[in-house]
Each structure stands twice: as structure tokens, then as C-alpha cells.
Design a protein around this ligand. Structure first.
Ligand SMILES: Cc1cc2nc3c(=O)[nH]c(=O)nc-3n(C[C@H](O)[C@H](O)[C@H](O)COP(=O)(O)OP(=O)(O)OC[C@H]3O[C@@H](n4cnc5c(N)ncnc54)[C@H](O)[C@@H]3O)c2cc1C
Length: 393
């Protein structure tokens, strides 16, 4: 559905949106069905995304990217999410998280070594902060990095790390000064999958699509050269936090894309499914579910687009990215839940898109900083109490 908020986008962004939607409908949607069928991402999906410049979108052209600004990137994520969450994740693995941190903090030698391959998906990337005893309270991480004569030694364990079972390169946050911790005592390291002492020790599937996997990583005296350090010693949280706003706005756009698609499906079903001799669309109970979904989606779009455009122009956005994340993820939960109801039994059948969207959007209220943590950030801004001593994931 077109919305008033879309009119606030520039001609360039609207053209981009239409162009990406055409690619998604013609070429990615069939691959979305294949992702669900095999529970994994087929090589064809990587090839198609690469062919259309949908990988490494934000990287400079010298590294094979499209040099897209942040607003174009986020609007593209919305369109990719209309088909399958995995496509937005592929864009993020190659343009957000590790890729963005590497672009911003990497040395010329690190750029040359990694950036092109990460940007085109030849080397898959992951971002490892969370640990069994440090999720929301990210400053409580225990993974340690000890300096040696010719490099670093990492010891510890990470879990819930997206895509790490496939990653060739992982950005790992580790404590380098236990006294300072979040205030200059945590550093970022680039860990290649063949680093001695590193292992993927467990792979979990989640409530969402089978293709989305979270891994546990173990570092047993894992040896790294000096060149593995990303950014200055002690700046690990700064490195990690550079991707924070983009990640929250990315969730906002992904939730809009998923909800927009599900609303379209709801409307089509309501118009074509007859019960008691009439289309479902004639029933007020169904109309209200559609109306509430359209209304909440429009409100989310207004908030998210306004924040994206301000952020892209370099204006201060305060806690708005947190508002976008909470509001959009909770909205997507309600819209997909209503869609399942409108589809009845069909909405519960594995392999049917509505059922998959319903499961996939549940992730968004926990990953990239939970709803509760976002509300803490928003409340601090309202109350003028600033940042607490502890960093939150
Ligand atoms: C799909 C998915 C992908 C992920 N990918 C990655 C990844 O690639 N890399 C990575 O490092 N991590 C990743 N994570 C981990 C994610 O960042 C954490 O799950 C998240 O930060 C919450 O941490 P936790 O699971 O340990 O929950 P906890 O921190 O134990 O929190 C449990 C519950 O308590 C609430 N809570 C916690 N503290 C407070 C408080 N002060 N006040 C009120 N409520 C509170 C939380 O909101 C939550 O509801 C991923 C998670 C998911 C679900």
C-alpha cells in the first residue's frame, strides 16, 4: 500500500524503492521459497543479490560496493524484507555490522585484505558481542584478550552469534583491561575462521526461518597477530556502537517491509475467501484487523522515515532509533498475528509465507537490543538522566 510517509521520500529514494521491488518480485521471491524448502541460502541467492548490487551496498566502489548513502541502504532493506528476512540479513552481513565497522575503523591493509571479499559475500561475516553471562548488559563480557610479544591471545565464549557457522571472518569484542571495561577496556578483533584455538562449538536454530542460525563460539588460547586488532586498543565499544543506530533503523525498515507484505496478503485473502456466502472482507471483525494494521503501519513508517531522513542528513536523532526499533518490532508482531488469524488454518501451515513472517518478526523484539533496553534508552532521554554507567546491547 502507498502511504503518505512515502511522499516524504525524495524522487531518488522512491525510484530506488520501485526498482528494488521489481527485482524482489521477479527474481528473489522464487528464491525465498527455495530458502524455506532447503532451510539454507542457495548459492543462486548470493549470485542474484550480487548481480543486482544488493551486497556491499554501502562500501566504496573501489571495494566493489555501490557507495550507497544510509537512507538508500535502509529503504532497500525494507523492500528486501517484503520477501524473506534472509535477503535483508545478506545485505547486512555485507554492508552493516562487521563490514561497516571495518570500513570505518580498518587500516588500509585491513581494507585491502578483507573488505572486497566481505562486501561481495565471498567471505561471510559475523559480529560477536553477546556471551552467556552478557546479553543486554554487554559491558559484562568475559572474553579476554591478552597481549603477547607478537600479537594477542583470546580466551572465552560467545553465543547467539548470527551466521557465525558460515562466517569466514568474525568481529569479536574482548576485554583488554578488566578495570576499565566499557570505559576503554574493551577492544575489537578480526578473527578469521582458521585462527588457531577458535571453534564453532554449537549451532542453534530459532523460532524464525530455518536458514537463520545462531552459533556458539569458543576461543581457547586463540592466537591472533597484531593486525587482528580493529581500531585502537580500548575502543572496542566505540567500534561496536558505530553500527548501533544503523542496526536499529535497519530493524525498523525490515519490520515495515515484512508487515507491508503481510498486510497485502491479508487484504487479498479477505477479498477472495468466502465464508457463509460472502467474502471475509465484508465482515467488520476482519475489516478492523486490516484497518488497525494499516493504521499502525502508517504510523511506523512516518516515525521511521522521519528518523532515517534526519539521520542521513547528519541531524541529531537522540533516542528516535530506539523508538523506531521498539515501535516497529511490536507493530510487526501485531500485524503478523492478525494475518495468521485472517488466514485461519492456512495461516498456521509450515511453508506458507504468513506463518514464516509471523515467526521471523519475533526475533526483532530481542536481537539488536531488546524492547526493554530500548525503552530504558528512551526513558533516559525523556528524564534527562543521560547514559548509565553500563553499555547495553
Ligand atoms: C535472532 C537473534 C540474533 C542475534 N544475533 C546476534 C549477533 O549476531 N551477535 C551478537 O553479539 N548477539 C546477537 N544476538 C544476541 C542479542 O543481542 C541478545 O539476545 C540480546 O541483547 C538480549 O540478551 P540476552 O538474550 O542475554 O537476554 P538478557 O539480557 O538475559 O535479558 C533477558 C530479558 O530481560 C530483559 N532485561 C534485561 N535487562 C533488563 C533491565 N535492566 N530492565 C528490564 N528488563 C531487562 C531483556 O529485555 C529480556 O527480555 C542475537 C539475538 C537474536 C534473538
Amino acid at each position: 500500500m502507498d502511504s503518505l510517509a512515502e511522499n516524504t521520500l525524495s524522487d531518488h529514494l522512491r525510484d530506488l524503492k520501485r526498482g528494488v521491488r521489481r527485482i524482489v518480485e521477479a527474481e528473489l521471491e522464487p528464491l525465498a521459497r527455495e530458502i524455506d524448502r532447503i532451510g539454507d541460502v542457495p548459492d543462486e541467492a548470493w549470485r542474484t543479490m550480487r548481480k543486482h548490487g544488493l551486497l556491499g551496498m554501502r562500501l566504496p566502489e573501489e571495494f566493489g560496493g555501490a557507495n550507497l548513502d544510509v537512507a538508500s541502504y535502509l529503504i532497500t532493506l525494507e523492500e528486501l524484507s517484503r520477501s524473506h528476512r534472509m535477503f535483508a540479513l545478506m545485505a547486512e552481513y555485507t554492508s552493516g555490522g562487521l563490514a561497516l565497522a571495518l570500513l570505518r575503523y580498518g587500516t588500509p591493509a585491513q581494507h585491502t585484505r578483507w573488505l572486497r571479499d566481505v562486501g561481495n559475500g565471498t567471505i561471510q561475516a559475523s559480529f560477536a558481542l553477546t556471551e552467556p553471562d552478557a546479553g543486554s548488559d554487554a559491558a559484562a563480557i568475559r572474553t579476554r584478550a591478552r597481549k603477547t610479544a607478537d600479537g594477542w591471545v583470546l580466551s572465552g565464549r560467545k553465543h547467539f552469534i548470527s551466521n557465525a557457522h558460515k562466517a569466514g571472518l568474525i568481529l569479536v569484542l574482548a576485554v583488554t583491561d578488566a578495570e576499565k571495561r566499557a570505559r576503554g577496556g574493551i577492544s575489537a578483533f578480526l578473527v578469521p575462521k582458521d585462527a588457531p584455538g577458535f571453534a564453532v562449538t554449537r549451532v542453534d536454530t530459532t523460532i524464525g526461518s530455518e536458514a537463520i542460525k545462531l552459533a556458539e563460539l569458543t576461543f581457547e588460547s586463540c592466537e591472533l597477530p597484531n593486525e587482528a586488532l580493529l581500531g585502537p586498543v580500548g575502543d572496542g565499544f566505540k567500534v561496536a556502537m558505530t553500527t548501533l543506530v544503523d542496526g536499529r533503523l535497519g530493524v525498523g525498515c525490515a519490520c515495515i517491509g515484512a508487515s507491508d507484505r503481510v498486510l497485502d496478503m491479508m487484504i487479498e485473502h479477505a477479498n477472495t475467501r468466502h465464508t457463509f456466502g460472502e467474502p471475509l472482507a465484508n465482515r467488520q471483525a476482519i475489516q478492523w484487523m486490516i484497518a488497525d494494521s494499516a493504521m499502525e503501519l502508517a504510523a511506523t513508517r512516518a516515525l521511521v522515515y522521519q528518523t532515517i531522513l534526519a539521520y542521513a542528513e547528519g541531524q541529531p536523532v537522540g533516542a528516535s532509533p530506539s523508538m523506531c526499533k521498539v515501535y516497529s518490532s511490536e507493530m510487526a508482531g501485531r500485524v503478523t498475528d492478525r494475518a495468521v488469524q485472517v488466514f485461519g488454518g492456512m495461516g498456521l501451515i509450515r511453508g506458507f509465507p504468513v506463518e514464516r513472517f509471523y515467526r521471523d518478526v519475533r526475533h526483532y523484539r530481542v536481537g539488536e537490543g531488546s524492547s526493554e533496553v530500548q525503552r530504558i534508552v528512551i526513558a533516559r532521554e525523556c528524564l534527562g538522566t543521560g547514559r548509565a554507567g553500563r553499555q547495553s546491547n
